[in-house]
Write a protein that binds this ligand. Sequence first.
Ligand SMILES: Cc1ncc(COP(=O)(O)O)c(C=O)c1O
Length: 364
Amino acid sequence: MIAKRFARVELSLIRQINALATPLSTNLGIGEPNTEPDETLHEFARRAATVSWHYSANAGAPSLRKKLADDLNEVCVTAGTQEALYAIFQAYVDPGDEVLVPDPGFVAYATLAKICGAEPVPYPLQPPAWDLDADAVISRITPKTKLVIVNSPSNPLGAVASRSALEAIAEAGPLVVSDEVYRQLWYDAEPASMRGMSRKVIVIDGMSKSHAMTGLRIGWALAHPDILKPVITAHQYIATCASVFSQALAEMVLDAKEWNASWLERVRAQFRMQREVALHAIERELEVKIDAPAAAFYAFVPVPSCDTLTFAKTLATDAAVLVIPGAAFGMNGEGFVRISYAASNEAIGTGIERIGGWLRAAGR
Ligand SMILES: Cc1ncc(COP(=O)(O)O)c(C=O)c1O
């Protein structure tokens, strides 16, 4: 018999869509960068493989932690941002608590709240700009609110929150988790970090998106040592420590400041181009003009369907293109699909053309 805490956890809609992929599908459902390691990164990886294979300290190698914060006691290195989230929820969320989550927002937040027996309380983000409205968050805080989750830049929206909204939320009272895993992937201006905005903020970040290291599982949580202590304990029982190979690699990346700056510039330039291709195709083929996403690699696009799960499944089977239904990200996502432009220009063009062709053939 399955544990009660997992009874309310469903297979994510993203998995349901991906299950419909065939070799002929164009995949615009992707949640990871289409960048490949360059020779320098490969060389770092070769060197990282020769560093210790033994456990590191639970919270991560001190040398890496020192590079991530002035005080190494403010860092817990984790097996990706996802594990940081899991450890934080385990450390802080009890049955009956409330967790404020963005809607639309990354699927894991509400699910993790449910696993802890807590209630996810969605706060709305509104089209077309999807600005984070601090009042929409603060007005939903109750004595039961244990955590507030903020995600800027946002998956699935690509939207960036204003510094003033982030500051207001940091000061609101409850513990805040600021998921900044997309913060390096910006186009015009660097998104604000919540780091240091208040003692009650935990920032989580990692190298999955910035360095296309999704499979290497390297992330971290940054917070005041008192706040972080139970998170490190949870992390100890989840993962013991993050992979020492990935930790060594992360350290080399952070040490190579010049290379790293140019890598990030190149990655941003690549996504800036792919964003242009996607926005043009969306306007031409889907006849909608959306606000250009300020960061990350997602376009959240309105579609003429009030059941986007069925719509996305139909596109997968009839038009051989994978997109993620907006409903996967919460009720406010209904009526939209998430198009990932972490794909080749050709795939972006073909995929969006196929959606347009299908819509025209269906008379929509
Ligand atoms: C908003 C957000 N947070 C966290 C994660 C998890 O990333 P990681 O690979 O660092 O665990 C993802 C991955 O898609 C994400 O989109």
